[in-house]
Design a protein around this ligand. Sequence first.
Ligand SMILES: Cc1cc2nc3c(=O)[nH]c(=O)nc-3n(C[C@H](O)[C@H](O)[C@H](O)COP(=O)(O)OP(=O)(O)OC[C@H]3O[C@@H](n4cnc5c(N)ncnc54)[C@H](O)[C@@H]3O)c2cc1C
Length: 509
Amino acid sequence: MGGRPDTDVLVVGAGPVGLLLACELALAGVRTVVLERRAGAHRESRALNLHPRSLELLGMRGLAGRFLAAGRTVPGWQFTATLRRPLDFRALDTRHPYALLLAQSRTEELLARRAAELGVPVRRGHEAVALRQDADGVEADVDGPGGRTVLRAGYAAGCDGGRSLVRRAAGIGFPGTAESMTAVVGDFAVADHGANERARRHGVLVARLEAGLTRYVVMDPARLRVPSTEPVTLEEFRTSLRHVCGTDCGIGRPRWLSRFGNTTRLAGTYRRGRVLLAGDAAHVHFPVGAQGLNTGLQDAMNLGWKLAATVRGWAPPGLLDTYDGERRPVGHAVTTLTRAQTLLVELPLTAAYGEPAALLCELLDGLLGIEGANRHLAARLSGLATVYPPPQPDAHPLVGARMPDIAVTTGQGVAHVHDFLHGGGFVLLLLDGGGPPERGTAGPVTTVRARRHEEHPRLDGATEVLIRPDGRVAWATRATGHGPRAAERARALASWTGARETGAREGGP
Ligand SMILES: Cc1cc2nc3c(=O)[nH]c(=O)nc-3n(C[C@H](O)[C@H](O)[C@H](O)COP(=O)(O)OP(=O)(O)OC[C@H]3O[C@@H](n4cnc5c(N)ncnc54)[C@H](O)[C@@H]3O)c2cc1C
């Protein structure tokens, strides 16, 4: 190995996670190349659902409007299709209290457009076939239309899905449980939607997509053990629908048919040396509750600025390792939750548990009607409940949590806090007339002086807040005296952004 790197970061995989990560790196001024083995874009609807936290993240980069314009919002989403009452996201404290129905192919198209705007080269038809690393960088063998080439980079990010070559090449284990159950999914043109309610009552997941298409997800008790590698036919789909709900729902002309399983695995680490993992490369599970892509997008937002800080040389010691420290516990929580949800799906389909399982579902349905229970599970499913452990036990309660998108008044008028994050740097929010920072920072920090527009209980008396590029609170204080506040602030800026003796930028969104 050795030689000049061709790029700072090599992202393997132009799925939604790789594309968002590449955008984050490019926004931070890091040279990035994306490799994608598919020659062109696909048309699969797969991950149909962007949850509130994903919409918040997109909003922080000024992109939420594009996504909302392309899809259709619904008030909530099923915890499992076996429960009749969907979770109601309207109870959540967010600017986006809904789920956005948008086919994965469209999500990827919009992210690819953003990547193009930021000048990221996405090399389609290029497959990474081997990867090596040493102390100075990584090197990939790449098969493309012109034959095999070698690409060198400072770091590699494996966003190459559940069968990740990058993960295997880095020697990272993928322990978990093997597939024991499968379901079929299909997108169809359906003329008459009269049977959909009946299908839903029998546990079929039905969702109307754009362009006259409808998605059905069916779990046929007679075919649960068919391996996911076996192709699905239209005839099998019709038979399974009839078997489960007594009608084939008038499906015809499939746009996409697939079989998927409940393999559940979590990478042993998200970082080995100069190789990092994100998205399905790091965690796979049954797609119940629509959490896979949403979790992956949050990985990308967490990793992007940390990797950029490392490449650009201003990262405080240990920053890149906090990616594994913060995100792998989330991956663990999601893979555990989906196993519990999968059990709730499987029990009513298992002859031995028919009646008591139906009663269990009825009981849980009743519980979801209670406001607190709905809010608890909705916050968990939507990604809003995630809190990273604070670095100090006596930290302000906001530290590690997501910054609430409160309205504030600045010299330029009223704005939402998330709008200050469009540039991808830190935001130092000085509420109640706090003074400017005395010391500059090595990392990008925008100082915003603002007055609270509303008294938000989640601010918990904070007078100053340092917000990370991914919208998490790095530091906050309730101190009111100028001296103590300035000293605390200087320490926080130094530990997060590497303070130096030049002026910080100031401004609005
Ligand atoms: C039926 C179904 C429904 C789902 N519904 C939802 C949902 O509603 N919500 C949700 O959040 N999630 C859902 N998921 C899960 C979701 O699809 C995945 O979590 C998501 O695709 C992960 O994105 P990714 O970018 O990590 O990986 P992928 O989407 O798998 O992308 C990986 C990319 O890497 C490329 N690649 C692989 N190997 C190489 C290589 N060696 N070199 C170059 N390129 C390579 C692949 O071609 C691919 O484009 C669903 C999944 C299924 C199967």
